[in-house]
Unconditional design. Structure first.
Length: 190
């Protein structure tokens, strides 16, 4: 089975929600709401690439997808509905605009204009009343887009980005921000 235009994917490990975290030897459920977009599964396995696709993603690769790909929702009358991307139970279709990164040979690679940044933790000296854990609008490049790599913004480069342009993802048990090329405004390393 192969689509002429869409990627066919399945959620990683068959789970449409990533709502458990391990603390010591105990698995905790951190959210029970299917409307909570922060815990929807964002990892998928590519079952089939589109027929005419000649890009780098191959069948069997793990990809990072949009948070709504697997999410159920409630319509205006309160009825539970499946994702718009559902092809059949356990299998989903998506276009290339819903893909942000892919993993090959143990390495994550960016797709298109998207970068993944590690938030930079604040360093507190002395007593300061501050509830923010991270420096606002600053990140360290982890997965650069091709464009950013071409202009010298590579892995571990510290950059600044526009307000409210980051979207939080959990990749390899680490919080990373997805930020588009045109939202990165400062290279702090030059």
């Amino acid at each position: 089975m192969r689509s002429p235009f869409y990627f066919i994917v399945e959620p990683l490990d068959g789970k449409t929600y990533d709502n458990t975290r391990k603390f010591g030897d105990v698995d905790f459920v951190i959210s029970t709401s299917q409307e909570d977009h922060t815990v929807t599964q964002r990892h998928a396995v590519v079952v089939a690439t589109p027929s005419g696709y000649d890009g780098p993603i191959k069948d069997g690769d793990i990809v990072i997808v949009h948070h709504n790909v697997f999410r159920k929702y409630y319509d205006m009358k309160g009825r539970e509905k499946d994702s718009f991307s559902l092809l059949r139970p356990g299998t989903y279709f998506l276009d290339d605009m819903q893909l942000y990164a892919y993993k090959q040979d143990g390495k994550w690679n960016s797709i298109g204009q998207y970068n993944f940044l590690r938030p930079v933790e604040k360093v507190h000296e002395g007593f300061q009343f501050d509830t923010d854990k991270y420096i606002q609008q600053v990140g360290e490049m982890v997965i650069p887009s091709k464009h950013m790599s071409d202009i010298g913004i590579v892995e571990s480069t510290r950059v600044g980005f526009k307000q409210d342009s980051e979207y939080e993802f959990r990749i390899d048990d680490e919080i990373l921000y997805r930020v588009a090329d045109n939202r990165i405004v400062i290279n702090y390393d030059i």
